[in-house]
Ligand binder design. Structure first.
Ligand SMILES: Nc1ncnc2c1ncn2[C@@H]1O[C@H](COP(=O)(O)OP(=O)(O)OP(=O)(O)O)[C@@H](O)[C@H]1O
Length: 970
């Protein structure tokens, strides 16, 4: 099948990724809804705050333009209850001068003639003198808003004085004005009634009108310029945190790595995200303005639509770039909210500062302004402030499209030269910094180590190969701020195993002759992978790790049309081999050719990606996508022609028996189904090489057998590299097996060869005639012991072996390979005596692959322990403890020498591997005399004994070379 390449592939991948983003957003409806519609809630909040603010200033016309002020005509004395926070019982007024009859009459008239309301006598309190009133007011604060003090001078003159309660009392945000509310009505009433009394005309009157000045509206508290920037920033934070989360999740779950392994262009990846986020921000910006208009904000109604839209759209786009850049530094998606919140908090304060005028003022240096403008919330604040200013009063008309280039103060001639930034300048800043964020996002993404600790050099973009696509993909490992320790060269070690050596020589011959073997799918040429030790300098500590040789020089061929199985204990290096072959991790030295393409070349790797299918060790799937959608996505990324994608996906699903669950989201898949889908993804596009890293892990036996069938089927016409911990799987599926341990290939060959070379020998099961009693007289007892003893003796006499396992009905013997020549004759004779020994059946077979595996793993562990010189304490049954090297078999015990036994005693130590594969002592033999011909190999004591310095004196065993004496070594 011809796969797409170049621009058509870019477009196909772009469409597939856009569809994936659309599906993920659609499936994650709550988050998407919040991202798009959060503006509604913030606009609603702004509306409520605006209404609240208007209510709190409704008593004053200061914030309104007053052109034709209305007069307040002869205001009445208000009831005392209208005084803020008055205490009951309260009085509308108190007065002094009650000893005078005339004055009493005047006050009665004030009460009776109060416009609109007669004042009852219970609401007025009289005193004789001014001092009495003062004493009462002092003792009864807040019980009365005003006092009148009358004095009769003569028949035609009555003087009066007024007192008001001027304690500043605030209610719902504003202070009561005692002059207008209480003093002036009292004054008008007193003067009116005194005049009527003196003139003697009860209807004498005049009209007093109280009017404010006509005035322009005062600049007051503007919700849009003060609170709105923070609110709009908070609204943008939803999208911001989600964008970081989406990018980091794909990184964290290695989804991006899986797509890259399938051949995804880096440019497509970024482009698809930018376009998708661009669409979301476009919609949310339009919705924001529509909601603003719906709530009748002048800010949205009077300013030109395009002017306001561009502010919010460019700001949100800028925040997207900012989010992309920050996501490079974050490795856990759970941190996205924290980062979003932190940016909001910082933005909140810097916006406050911006609204107060810093640094967008002619007096502040340009440098400060440029630095300040790098933080997107500040640009939003300055733009929103300008737009709010332009619609602050009813007379303001807002900013038109053509007016976007004018500074807010330009209209004001006096302050015209003060303005430093127009809305148009904000646009330019937002566009320019968005571009910077996107470029930095790609740059940091390349130079900050990915989930596998791989990154590019900090100057990678200066390499011409990066731009031409030839060799510019060189990657490094380790953290940016880590000082890489020097990587020691991996010394060449000649393989001990003859098959491994032969394989190595075959590959080396190809390398020397420069030939590419046409029968070989993958040729591994001296692959070395060393994870460099790093020294990370933290704030208070320095963490140092030493280099680790994960692969120590692998030479092998994986033939075409064959399944090669890589086995090995945990940490052997299997996944590292796969990661090197798939370009996930760079190789330290050596190379590998996959169908002739080198994994070390960028061009080679891009060709390799189109011909391989990979099933990674852990399922790399989007929970919200279905099995079918996964296959469509990966098929598109791979470059399958669009008209074949659906059929290829259906075929792959059918192969792994997931057709019925094709439309079910993988969140609902069982572990086995997820694994099968991963296998299906690796099969899509008919790859020439399939790499399966533990494909059946976690599967039940039925699913496992089914996947084996799939693999058997897939073997036809292509090569498969399989790693597994299931020996049964390896035995059934493999054409060839390589067992690795500690980064080296330990053996290679087909299953039978490995078993015969590395197994302990032939397993022979002898089963006895069951229910022998049935053929014996009823009360006769069959002596199993005798039966068994005879057979045991027969094996002992002829092959010198004892049973490895014994039950009532069978005996199991392991016959070493060396005895192979004796076997034909031995079994013929045993069969002849079958009746005599009452043997029902004799079965003979090779030892299992598992045993081979365990032997190889144990051998590797022993070698490594010996090389590292690790010590462990052997506690003897005699009570003595000796320090011995891990893996030592025969150990002489110091202090057991005697005149009769001058060489002392030794024990044979039995080793086993614990769950983690490390060697541990399982027991030891009885003490025996060290044979005279045995040679001590080494003393376990290290040259400088730290324990001695601590005052303890450990006993060190003497390792004895088992080859130096005959009997013990058998
Ligand atoms: N990025 C890394 N940095 C340092 N050491 C690493 C890194 N990745 C792997 N290793 C080490 O390399 C060794 C080989 O690891 P690898 O994953 O290849 O083993 P494996 O044979 O696949 O094991 P398993 O069967 O558990 O998957 C291990 O000791 C591992 O700790």
């Amino acid at each position: 099948m011809e796969l797409r390449r170049g621009v058509p592939l870019f477009y196909q991948q772009f469409k597939a990724l856009l569809k994936k983003n659309l599906l993920l957003s659609w499936r994650n409806k709550t988050a998407t809804f919040i991202q798009l519609f959060a503006s509604f809630f913030f606009i609603l909040l702004l509306f409520c705050i605006d209404k609240g603010t208007q209510a709190s200033t409704s008593h004053t016309t200061a914030y309104k333009t007053v052109l034709d002020p209305k007069a307040l005509v002869s205001p009445p004395i208000p009831p005392c209850e209208q005084k803020f926070f008055v205490k009951r019982p309260c009085f509308d007024f108190v007065w002094s001068g009650n000893h005078s009859v005339r004055l009493n009459r005047i006050v009665s008239s004030i009460m009776a003639n109060n416009p609109g309301r007669k004042i009852p006598s219970s609401k007025v309190k009289s005193f004789r003198t001014t001092e009495d009133v003062d004493a009462w007011l002092l003792n009864n604060p807040m019980h009365c808003p005003g006092a009148l003090h009358f004095k009769e001078i003569n028949a035609t003159v009555i003087s009066y004085g007024i007192q008001t309660n001027s304690t500043p009392v605030r209610d719902r945000g504003y202070f009561e004005d005692p002059t207008f509310k209480f003093q002036i009505p009292l004054q008008i009433a007193a003067e009116r009634e005194i005049a009527r009394h003196i003139i003697g005309d009860p209807n004498f009157s005049w009209v007093v009108g109280l009017k404010e000045f006509p005035h322009p509206a005062k600049d007051g508290f503007s919700v849009m310029s003060t609170i709105a920037p923070s609110f709009l920033l908070a609204f943008a934070m939803f999208g911001f945190a989600m964008q970081i989360g989406s990018l980091v999740v794909e990184k964290e779950l290695k989804l991006r790595q899986a797509m890259s392994m399938t051949g995804l262009y880096e440019s497509t990846y970024w482009f698809s995200w930018i376009i998708w986020e661009g669409i979301l921000t476009l919609v949310s910006s339009i919705l924001l303005i529509l909601f603003g208009k719906a709530f009748q904000f002048d800010f949205f109604n009077k300013n030109n639509f395009a002017v306001v839209f561009l502010v919010f759209y460019l700001f949100q786009l800028n925040m997207t770039g900012f989010a992309f850049m920050l996501s490079s530094f974050i490795s856990k998606s759970s941190s996205a909210t924290t980062v979003g919140f932190s940016v909001f908090i910082v933005g909140f304060f810097t916006q406050l500062v911006t609204v107060f005028g810093f640094p967008y003022d002619i007096k502040v240096s340009n440098i400060a302004r440029y630095i300040w403008s790098l933080f997107p919330p500040n640009l939003l604040a300055v733009a929103v402030d300008a737009l709010a200013e332009a619609t602050a009063t009813p007379e303001d008309v807002g900013i038109s499209w053509s007016g976007r280039k004018r500074c807010a103060d330009d209209a004001d001639d006096d302050a015209g030269d003060e303005c430093v930034i127009s809305i148009n300048d904000v646009y330019i800043w937002l566009v320019a910094t968005s571009f910077v964020w996107f470029v930095l996002a790609i740059y940091f993404d390349n130079i900050i180590p990915n989930a596998n600790g791989v990154r590019k050099s900090i100057f990678y973009f200066l390499q011409p190969g990066y731009w031409t696509g030839k060799g510019g993909n060189k990657v490094e490992e380790g953290h940016l701020c880590s000082c890489m320790g020097s990587v020691p060269r991996q010394e060449y070690v000649t393989p001990e195993d003859e098959d491994v050596l032969e394989e190595e020589n075959i590959v080396k011959q190809d390398v020397t002759e420069g030939t590419v073997n046409q029968n070989v799918a993958v040729q591994v040429r001296g692959l070395v992978k060393t994870y460099a030790g790093t020294m990370t300098i933290g704030c208070c500590k320095c963490k140092k790790t030493s280099p680790y040789h994960a692969l120590k020089g692998l030479w092998m061929n994986f033939a075409k049309d064959q399944l090669f199985c890589l086995l090995g204990p945990n940490g052997a290096g299997k996944t590292t081999v796969i990661n090197c072959l798939t370009g996930v991790t760079p190789v330290t030295s050596g190379d590998a050719l996959i169908y002739g393409y080198s994994i070390r070349s960028a061009v080679g790797m891009s060709n390799i990606r189109s011909i391989i299918g990979v099933c990674p060790q852990f399922d790399i799937l989007w929970d919200a996508l279905s099995g079918e959608e996964h296959l469509h996505l990966f098929a598109s990324i791979k470059g399958l022609p669009p008209d074949t994608i659906n059929s290829a996906a259906q075929e792959s699903l059918a192969k792994v028996r997931l057709t019925e669950s094709a439309k079910v989201r993988t969140r609902s898949y069982s572990g086995g189904m997820r694994r099968r889908l991963s296998v299906a993804i690796s099969l899509i596009g008919d790859p020439k090489l399939i790499i399966l890293d533990e494909p059946t892990t976690g599967m039940d036996p039925i699913s496992r057998r089914h996947v084996w069938d799939i693999i058997q089927d897939a073997k036809k016409g292509r090569s498969i590299v399989l790693t597994t911990h299931s020996m049964e799987e390896a035995d059934i599926l493999s054409d060839r097996i390589g067992i690795m341990a500690k980064g080296r290939l330990r053996c290679i060959g087909n299953s039978i060869r490995l078993k015969s070379r590395f197994g302990t020998g032939f397993v022979t099961n002898v089963s006895f005639i069951e229910n022998a009693t049935a053929q014996s007289p009823p009360n006769a007892t069959v002596d199993h012991t005798n039966q068994h003893e005879d057979v045991k003796q027969f094996f002992k006499d002829h092959l010198d072996v004892l049973p490895a396992e014994e039950t009532k009905s069978f005996l199991t013997f392991i016959i070493p390979h060396e005895k192979e020549k004796l076997l034909t004759k031995f079994f013929t004779e045993l069969e002849d005596r079958q009746q005599e020994f009452r043997i029902a059946d004799i079965q003979i077979g090779l030892t299992t692959l598992e045993e081979v595996f365990l032997n190889i793993a144990k051998q590797a562990e022993l070698e490594s322990a010996a090389a590292e010189g690790r010590l462990v304490t052997l506690s003897l049954t005699s009570g003595v403890s000796v320090e011995i090297p891990v893996g030592a078999r025969f150990v002489g015990i110091p202090g057991t020498e005697s005149p009769e036994n001058p060489r002392g005693n030794m024990v044979e130590v039995y080793w086993e591997q614990d769950d983690s594969g490390s060697l541990c002592i399982s027991g030891h033999s009885a003490e025996m005399a060290v044979p005279p011909d045995a040679q001590p190999l080494i003393s376990a004591a290290p040259p400088s004994d730290r324990n001695l310095r601590r005052g303890r004196r450990p006993v060190y065993g003497v390792v004895i070379n088992p080859n130096q004496f005959g009997t013990a070594n058998s």
